[in-house]
Design a protein around this ligand. Sequence first.
Ligand code: AMP
Ligand code: TRP
Length: 334
Amino acid sequence: MKEFNQKITKSILTGIQPSGIITLGNYIGAIKQMVRMQDEFKSYIFIADMHAITVPQDPEKLHKNIRSLVALYIACGIDPDKNIIFVQSENEYHANISWLLECNTYFGELSRMTQFKDKSSKNANFSAGLFTYPILMAADILAYDVDYVPVGIDQKQHVELARNIASRFNKKYGPTFKVPEAYITDFGTKITDLVNPTKKMSKSSANQKGVIRLLDDLKSIEKKIMGATTDSDCQIKYDPLNKPGISNLINICVALTGKTINEIENAFKNQNYGEFKKYVASVVVEEIRGIQKRYEEIINSEKLDQILNENIKITRSIAKEKFITMKHNMGLYK
Ligand code: AMP
Ligand code: TRP
């Protein structure tokens, strides 16, 4: 990343937690969309490792997952020449800004966050960080004066909070932040679990058979697809309500090949589920083979370090400026 294309005026920022290897669902539902957006927006994409530690993490695994996620994103087509990809904890200004915002956020506001209520109800010994998590997210967003924040619907409430914090801050201390908008990314196709096709395919699923991860070995991916749950009607027809398993496989093919549902149904009119699954497996395996090849080229390369080092300098200087402005506007020393 040298400089953003000057013709592009609008910017976006999004963070991804390094909690486990991403799935085919993440790839189809989120990453492919980001790849499309990178030509329209100045994009900041970061690995939200400081958000990940709001719940217990194994340090060794976390460390590996962070670098791995950066390499996977690049392997999936997030172009480091068009996007600023960086690691959140490498930029200390996020935490600094977060504290200043923390002193301008109400306890009551945080208590109303549904993700906090949900996660804290599962484990009585939750950290204070789990509670203040949305303020760190507001800091991530507001540091860069972006226009849009692409997130899944579950994160919309956090973006709304960031907007409220920003507006309040601007009113109290003078214009300091751009107030961004959430850009909901959940309208696309939901890829479902291969074993339980009415459930979303999820990074955190316990049953590995239903989930395809981008770093799974290719043979096991083929096996999982061949073993996917289907119905007993033997017709390759798109009907999500009555035939969720087959419809999910059709959705995967549509997303990866660009063919229409109709074209796929017609191509497999007189064929059985086994033949169709073989085709789906070959499509998925070929796509993931390409991703894994690019991943292997980049994961241990100096280029990856160069990208991260260069980008952290850029983001530190932007966030530092915002931190200084905030301090000044709030009347802190210097
Ligand atoms: P998560 O892994 O739930 O944190 O989601 C990260 C992003 O991937 C969000 O934009 C989700 O909407 C998207 N995503 C996650 N799982 C799926 C899925 N099974 N199908 C489609 N999109 C998904
Ligand atoms: N909280 C988001 C999630 O769990 C990740 C995240 C952290 C984020 N900071 C952000 C997303 C800033 C968008 C903007 O998915």
